[in-house]
Design a protein around this ligand. Structure first.
Ligand SMILES: Nc1ncnc2c1ncn2[C@@H]1O[C@H](COP(=O)(O)OP(=O)(O)OP(=O)(O)O)[C@@H](O)[C@H]1O
Ligand SMILES: [Mg+2]
Length: 1079
């Protein structure tokens, strides 16, 4: 769970001096001491952070601490530099206000460390990303590089910044770092050639000698031993807690990260080596013939090596150390240099070389870390300038450094004390004035354009005639004698005061931070910062990429006879620019305090701290804060910022901003004495009130954010839903389209199949029809062709010669046929069917026709003959025909019967009275009446009997009496047997079991046998209900006489007594009939 601490929670002493009770200098120091002893090195005065140097590593700069202070209210947690950094960063990011962080304090108070902490905090909390991280890394890594070249061990600080540094870090609208710009202020270059006792030259020299590999040292023509170099002080080369070798590696690595090329690093190191070599060049006097002193280089080895390093011709440099050429208008005067001058020239060259190298480094770093794009960036400036310092011997550099600190104090006073009080008056807030020391007078003493010390120094430097530091001091003493912050022997003397602590060649300035005694010696030279032109020209000639850039004035083509601006003038100008720059930004103060002079932890020297508290004006600062209001803000931004705390002012307030703020404040549970309304601003007395407002605002913002989130989420969900719905419609539309398409395609293909089948079927049908038609047409065509052919042939055949023979033949045949037929007509035989005549055949080929015609003619003649017949005659002939069918070629009697007509009633029974009775007895019409012989079975003799045949029966009657002897119904007859011979015997056989069969069969003989048998047969033929009578023709047959069966056998006999037939009984069973042959 997050632990919420407050400024007031678990506090050691008081965290904010504004809350100190009772407020006195003692209680102030006591509070600081109390907190320092409990490792609480930070204390607030309102929004100003007092930082005590702990001289040890405290566990309060961890990433966890960064997280703890991130996005928290300034007064929410115990005082910390991170709280200030966070406040500044958030106000830059959220309120778009450019910020500057002013870190002040004397040397060793912890300014540089504080600036690094601020930078590392900002780097930790701002945005992340590959590009942003690279920028951050470059910005952070610029520190070790600049510290190596610009920091040195002093008696006050082992890592004292010997240059002023102001770094603008640029951010985009999101608060991500884009790059930065570093401005450097006056490097203490005198340190290159000389260091006070107990101090060192710049770190880089020691780092190079300790950290570089043997190989690269050899390349640079250097030895590892510090003592070999005059410019390196011997007594304090090694510093406790400083690992030069490790730092060298860090610096090289940092240079690489910042973006230095390998050859650039090498060039830089060559220059550093050259400076060391330069220090080893020594001169000896050499009297010339004209009596003047001239310097000579003692040992040229170092010069040679240096020239080799820089690519300078040795003779050129040698000459530059021996002569000085002064150009005035068109004249050029060359004078020799004595030993002192030569040493001066050497040191001037070394200092220039080094300081220019340093400036080049800053420019080069700026190139790398420069922000891209031209849009306006938000800027956070971090000022880490050398602190106020008082040495045993203070020279021009200290003067300049302290002037700079005066200016910073001034801006602090301007912005916090004076400005604040003035603001209360301006705003009409009730206010009791607080006295404080305004150091504007001291600034004026130094920088006043007319009679300020710097102006005086410039005047002295530019004045023709002999100019020395003494003349400068004299001038100063005269002009500034009356100034209450200036003291010198002369000015004191003029007031008849004696001060033995003030040597003759010194002057004293009472700075805001204490009195400093400056030695006038060197002021003029250092202000002039002269480098003989011969040297700069020699440097320009160097065959070294970097050196040439560093000495552009050495270019003979650009000889400038004008004096360059003095160091003091340049510094004043740059400090002026810096101040103006700082005034445009929102200041955040870190006031660094050094607890002791021994660089030791846990030691709190009261007097030292009291002194710093005094000159930093911290008491006044507290008083002003306490008397006044902790926070103020114009009404508009205030209303804009807090309007959500009141329903009436949220979201828009229509009236004037002040009224809005009043309405808002009255709606809040804040006591009325906690705030006042000024003319254009609201003043809030207590930070807690502000914190309360901020907390409420934060909650409100959270609620608003939730509301926005809610609405946004609702909107998002809704739009998502709508999108889904829309998409779903699109998808379903597409799907339906697809499905329908598929279905349609299926139907279409099915239809196509059906269609194709139908069409196929139709087509086949049509094809069949067409084929049929075609065949018909072909047939018709063929037929018509043939027909036409035939027609044509027929029509034209007559014209064909080939047909001529045929035609003649046909004609001849026709003629023959005509003649034949006409001849036949005239020679036709008679119409008698028995006429056998037929004309002879005229031609052989007519044989078939001739006989056919004969047959047809005969048939026709017969037909004609038959058509003349009556019904009776027709019946006679039919009987004749039937007789022929029965007997022809079967019975020898038949041929003789053919010519005898069938009379039938031979007896004329109806006419004959004799048979009248018989005729009456006959029920049916008598078809045949004849006299037959009834053969007696006993002897074979015949008895005459009348034989009558009617339609239904056969009657045998006595010839004489006409008495019916036997009447046999025709159906009782089974068959009639006759012989094949010419006899008239026939046997009537009766059906066994019939009534007539009792008497047995009849064996009869008649002359009209053929006729009798035919008529009897015919009866069977014409009567439909009767069976056909069987006629058995054979020469042997059995006759059933009463009880016996007798065989009647016909044998040919010899004619005796004419042609009579004799019948004899041979035995009981045989009757033999002998029939004489007719042949
Ligand atoms: N917050 C700190 N924690 C631990 N040590 C510190 C801290 N601040 C300063 N120091 C120690 O004090 C020394 C001096 O600090 P720093 O270099 O920041 O002083 P300065 O104010 O920049 O001095 P100068 O004006 O000489 O540059 C540092 O080298 C370091 O050892
Ligand atoms: Mg520093």
């Amino acid at each position: 769970m997050e632990v919420k601490t407050s400024l007031l929670d678990n506090m050691i002493g008081v965290g904010d001096m504004v809350l100190l009770e009772p407020l006195s200098e003692d209680s102030f120091i006591e509070n600081l001491k109390n907190r320092f002893e409990h490792s609480e090195i930070y204390t607030y005065i309102g929004s100003v952070v007092i930082s005590m140097n702990p001289y040890r590593n405290l566990p309060i700069f961890t990433p966890e601490k960064v997280e703890e202070y991130r996005n928290r209210n300034f007064y929410e947690l115990s005082p910390h530099i991170y709280a200030l950094a966070d406040e500044a960063y958030r106000s830059l990011r959220d309120q778009d206000k450019d910020q500057c962080i002013l870190i002040t304090g004397e040397s060793g108070a912890g300014k540089t460390e504080a600036s690094k902490l601020v930078m590392s905090y900002v780097a930790a909390v701002c945005g992340k990303g590959q590009e942003v991280n690279k920028v951050k890394e470059q910005l952070l890594q610029s520190n070790p590089v600049l510290e190596a070249f610009g920091n040195a061990k002093t008696v006050r600080n082992d890592n004292s910044s010997r240059f002023g540094k102001y770094m603008d870090i640029e951010f985009d609208f999101k608060g991500d770092p884009l790059g930065g710009v570093i401005s450097n202020y006056l490097l203490e270059k005198s340190r290159v050639v000389k260091q006070p006792r107990g101090e060192r030259n710049f770190h880089v020299f020691y780092q190079l000698l300790s950290g570089a590999s043997d190989e690269s040292l050899k390349k640079l023509k250097l030895h590892r031993d510090f003592s070999k170099y005059n410019y390196l002080s011997l007594d304090s080369a090694a510093v406790n807690g400083l690992d030069d070798a490790a730092n060298f590696r860090t610096v090289r690595n940092a240079m690489q990260i910042v973006g230095f090329m390998e050859d650039e690093v090498q060039s830089v190191l060559e220059l550093v080596a050259a400076v060391l070599k330069l220090g080893n060049i020594e001169f000896k006097p050499d009297s010339r013939s004209n009596g003047s002193d001239e310097s000579r280089i003692k040992d040229k080895n170092d010069l040679k090596e240096m020239c080799e390093l820089l690519g300078i011709e040795q003779s050129v440099l040698e000459r530059a150390f021996s002569y000085r050429t002064v150009e005035a208008k068109s004249e050029k005067v060359s004078t020799t240099l004595n030993v002192a001058q030569a040493y001066y020239a050497r040191d001037a060259l070394a200092k220039n070389l080094y300081s220019r190298l340093f400036s080049w480094l800053v420019t080069r770093i700026n190139e790398s870390i420069k922000a891209q794009g031209k849009t306006r960036h938000k800027v956070m400036g971090v000022l880490d300038i050398y602190g106020f310092e008082i040495f045993e011997e203070n020279s021009f550099e200290q003067f300049i450094i302290n002037y700079c600190n005066e200016k910073l104090q001034q801006i602090f006073i301007e912005l916090t004390l004076r400005e604040e009080q003035e603001e209360y008056i301006r705003e009409g807030i009730e206010w009791t004035n607080i006295e404080y020391f305004n150091n504007a007078v001291i600034c004026n003493l130094i920088e006043n354009n007319k009679n300020g010390i710097l102006a005086m120094l410039d005047e002295e430097c530019l004045r023709p005639g002999t100019v020395t530091d003494e003349t400068f001091l004299d001038k100063l003493s005269t002009v500034c004698a009356e100034h209450q912050h200036f003291e010198s022997r002369l000015s004191k003397n003029s007031k008849f005061l004696t001060d033995h602590s003030l040597p003759h060649n010194c002057f004293r300035i009472q700075h805001y931070a204490g009195k400093v005694l400056y030695r006038a010696e060197g002021f003029v030279d250092k202000n002039n910062d002269l480098l003989y032109r011969d040297l700069s020209q020699a440097m320009y000639k160097a065959n070294h990429s970097l050196i040439k850039q560093l000495f552009p004035e050495g270019n003979p083509a650009k000889v400038n006879l004008k004096r360059p601006p003095t160091a003091g003038f340049q510094f004043k100008a740059s400090v002026g620019t810096l101040m103006r720059n700082l005034q445009t930004k929102n200041p955040n103060y870190i006031r660094c305090i050094k607890p002791n002079d021994k660089k030791a932890s846990h030691i709190f020297t009261d007097s030292l701290v009291r002194h710093q508290v005094r000159y930093l004006g911290l008491m006044e600062n507290v008083r002003v804060r306490r008397a006044g209001y902790a926070f103020r803000q114009p009404y508009e931004p205030c209303l804009e910022r807090y309007k959500m705390l009141c329903k009436r002012t949220w979201p828009h307030w229509q009236g004037p901003a002040r009224e809005g703020v009043e309405v808002m404040m009255s709606a809040l549970p804040v006591p009325a004495e906690e705030f006042s309304y000024g003319r254009s601003k609201i003043f809030i007395r207590n930070p807690r009130t502000l914190f309360f407002l901020e907390e409420r605002r934060r909650q409100c913002l959270q609620d608003l954010a939730t509301l926005i989130q809610k609405i946004y989420r609702g909107w998002k969900c809704r739009s998502h839903f709508l999108l889904l719905k829309k998409s779903q419609i699109v998808v379903s539309a597409w799907y339906r389209r697809y499905a329908q398409q598929k279905k349609y395609k299926k139907i279409k293909s099915a239809t196509t199949v059906v269609q194709s089948y139908t069409r196929g079927w139709q087509a086949r049908k049509l094809l069949r029809e067409l084929k049929h038609q075609k065949r018909c047409v072909q047939a018709v065509t063929t037929i018509s062709a043939f027909w036409h052919g035939t027609q044509i042939r027929r029509e034209y055949r007559k014209f064909f010669r080939a047909n001529a023979g045929r035609k003649i033949y046909d004609f001849t045949i026709q003629r023959i046929m005509q003649k034949y037929f006409l001849g036949l007509k005239s020679t036709l035989p008679s119409m008698s069917p028995v006429d056998k005549n037929w004309p002879a055949r005229p031609y052989l080929f007519l044989g078939g026709v001739h006989s056919e015609l004969r047959r047809i003619f005969h048939l026709w003649r017969c037909k004609k003959y038959r058509s003349k017949f009556t019904e009776e005659k027709k019946a006679v002939y039919e009987e004749k025909l039937e007789a022929s069918e029965i007997f022809k070629d079967k019975k020898a009697l038949y041929p003789s019967s053919v010519s005898q007509p069938f009379k039938g009633d031979y007896l004329e029974i109806n006419k004959n009275p004799k048979y009248q009775k018989l005729s009456i007895a006959m029920e049916d019409k008598v078809l045949l009446a004849d006299v037959v012989n009834k053969i007696n079975r006993a002897n074979g003799k015949g008895t005459a009997r009348l034989f009558l045949l009617t339609k239904n029966s056969v009657v045998l009657a006595d010839q004489k009496t006409g008495q019916v002897k036997a009447s046999v119904p025709l159906p009782d007859l089974s068959s009639v047997s006759v012989s094949t011979q010419s006899d008239g015997f026939f046997a009537l056989k009766l059906k066994e079991g019939s009534a007539s069969a009792v008497k047995g069969d009849f064996l009869l003989s008649s002359e009209h046998l053929i006729e009798i048998i035919t008529k009897m047969h015919r009866m069977g033929t014409t009567a439909s209900d009767r069976e056909q009578l069987d006629i058995d023709i054979s020469d042997e047959f059995l006759v059933q006489f009463k009880h016996d069966k007798v065989c009647v056998k016909f044998i040919p006999g010899v004619p005796k007594n004419g042609n009579s037939v004799s019948c004899k009984r041979k035995n009981n069973r045989l009757l033999e009939v002998s029939v004489p042959s007719t042949a």
